[in-house]
Design a protein around this ligand. Structure first.
Ligand code: EPU
Length: 432
């Protein structure tokens, strides 16, 4: 069992370079299956979710070569059977993008339903299924929880209107539609930077995708995609996590290798809180010297404030003057982490989608759990800002989506390390 041990209280100072975007990588890697011949993907983050996804592609028969630590070559010409077993699916939710990719290229996909949601609720995929059906696929859920999607005569472009704005459904339908016959129009799409990145990847391989980043995406099907090279955008949420950490701990950090435009909604909130943010071409300089001010925020699909930054900002707001109100506008239940923060002295009252955060003078160290990826990032920020030594457990959830988080914080002056705790000792600790 691995834990992070954090001796809090240090200000953060220095420079940090942001890795490739997780949520773009987990869409672009399966998208590579649509391409004839090898395609090379650069700026791939070294995170567990990417490793798992490459493992799944390998199991399916794709040829994968790691050319260096952040560049991978995928050749999807050798898929033996378009079937992804539950054992693999349950380990990474984004593997449902394989339905769109396999259906698009091989006209058949048999993929186990993704497991439940680690936010504690249900994460439906009805909009994905509605889109596949509109493109002419037969989609059924059969024994063992397998989704069977078939289009023996190929897919045909269609006009699809999503009932909810969904990142996953937008991506899955883009994947299925690029090789379909004719034109597909997707309305009420998600507009996140990783949607645009996927469109850029597909277009650089010969697809015809227009409008990504707006509410309407138009895709003219092409006969084939050809191999090429593509570099993934920087991770907006990783950058935001470091910015929130500076807000909570104080100090001055240059967050490098980013696209400042993607961070505008986060930057605006931090400025309201009294944090200084100076923008450069591919970096932001974040400074917090004075007291943090309260603010209210509501999470919304892009360009609104990202739900994936809600736990990190809430943690900084625990240390602000006054009472802040947070409204979660994307997920039904994304506040489980507040119970962990309460153990560190935070004062947060949750009622449905609203959390009322009353600023406290300080947080105090406690053993806490990383209940999911962003909840885990929030625990790290809390530990860095708190008085005393915090232990963060279940850090695999953090390492699913953050590359070298510990090393990056240490380089900024944080006093923290990864500790391997023998299973027996960990069990003893839990029993006490
Ligand atoms: N929804 C439906 N039906 C669907 C699909 C979604 O009702 O068929 C609802 C969901 O229940 C939710 C809302 O629509 O209330 C938005 O869900 P969305 O489909 O946009 O989420 P997702 O694609 O499953 C991605 C990110 C999440 C991020 C959300 C929202 C990836 C791999 N995951 O999930 O990222 O929270 O978009 O921005 O891209 C994370 O990185 O920590 C993370 C959880």
């Amino acid at each position: 069992m691995t834990k992070y041990i954090i001796n809090g209280g240090n200000r953060l100072n220095g420079e940090v370079s942001i890795s490739g975007a997780k949520n773009a990588a987990v869409a672009i890697i399966p998208a590579a299956l649509l391409v004839d011949g090898p395609c090379r993907i650069e700026n791939v983050p070294k995170i567990i979710d990417v490793t798992l996804q490459l493992e799944i592609l390998r199991e399916l028969g794709a040829h994968i070569r790691l050319l260096n630590s952040t560049t991978v070559e995928v050749n999807g010409d050798y898929i033996a059977e378009a079937k992804v077993p539950y054992e693999l699916m349950r380990r990474i939710r984004a593997s449902y993008y394989l339905i769109g990719a396999l259906l698009g290229r091989y006209h058949h996909a048999e993929v186990a339903m993704p497991g439940g949601c680690n936010f504690g609720g249900i994460r439906p995929i009805d909009q994905h299924i509605k889109g596949f059906k509109a493109l002419g696929a037969q989609v059924e859920i059969r024994e063992g929880g397998y989704i069977h999607a078939d289009a023996p005569n190929g897919l045909t472009g269609a006009h699809i209107y999503f009932d909810v704005v969904s990142v996953g459904a937008t991506i899955n339908i883009m994947l299925a539609a690029v090789l379909a016959k004719g034109q597909t129009i997707i309305e009420n799409c998600a507009k996140e930077p990783h949607i645009v990145d996927l469109a850029n990847f597909l277009n650089s391989m010969g697809a015809d995708v227009k409008g990504a980043g707006t509410d309407v995406i138009k895709i003219r099907g092409v006969r084939r995609l050809r191999g090429g090279m593509y570099s993934i955008i920087p991770d907006q949420i990783e950058a935001g996590t470091f910015m929130a950490a500076v807000a909570a701990c104080g100090g001055q950090v240059l967050v490098k290798n980013i696209i400042p435009k993607h961070l505008e909604c986060i930057t605006a909130k931090l400025k309201e809180m009294g944090v200084e943010v100076a923008e450069y071409d591919d970096a932001v300089l974040v400074t917090r010297s004075g007291k943090l001010r309260k603010t209210n925020l509501k999470t919304l699909p892009y360009p609104g404030f990202p739900t994936d930054m809600q736990p990190q900002l809430a943690t900084a707001l625990c240390l602000a003057d006054g009472t802040s109100i947070i409204t979660e506008g994307v997920w039904d239940n994304r506040y489980r982490y507040t119970e962990e923060l309460a153990r560190m002295g935070a004062s947060i009252h949750v009622d449905g989608k609203i959390a009322v955060v009353e600023g406290v003078r300080e947080l105090t160290a406690a053993p806490v759990r990383a209940l999911d990826l962003r909840a885990g990032a929030a625990m790290v920020i809390a530990g860095l800002a708190a008085r005393g030594v915090t232990q963060v457990e279940q850090v695999t959830n953090i390492e699913r989506g953050y590359e070298n988080l510990v090393e990056k914080f240490v380089s900024l002056g944080a006093d923290m390390y990864r500790a391997e705790i023998p299973e027996a000792e960990a069990a003893m600790g839990a029993a006490q």
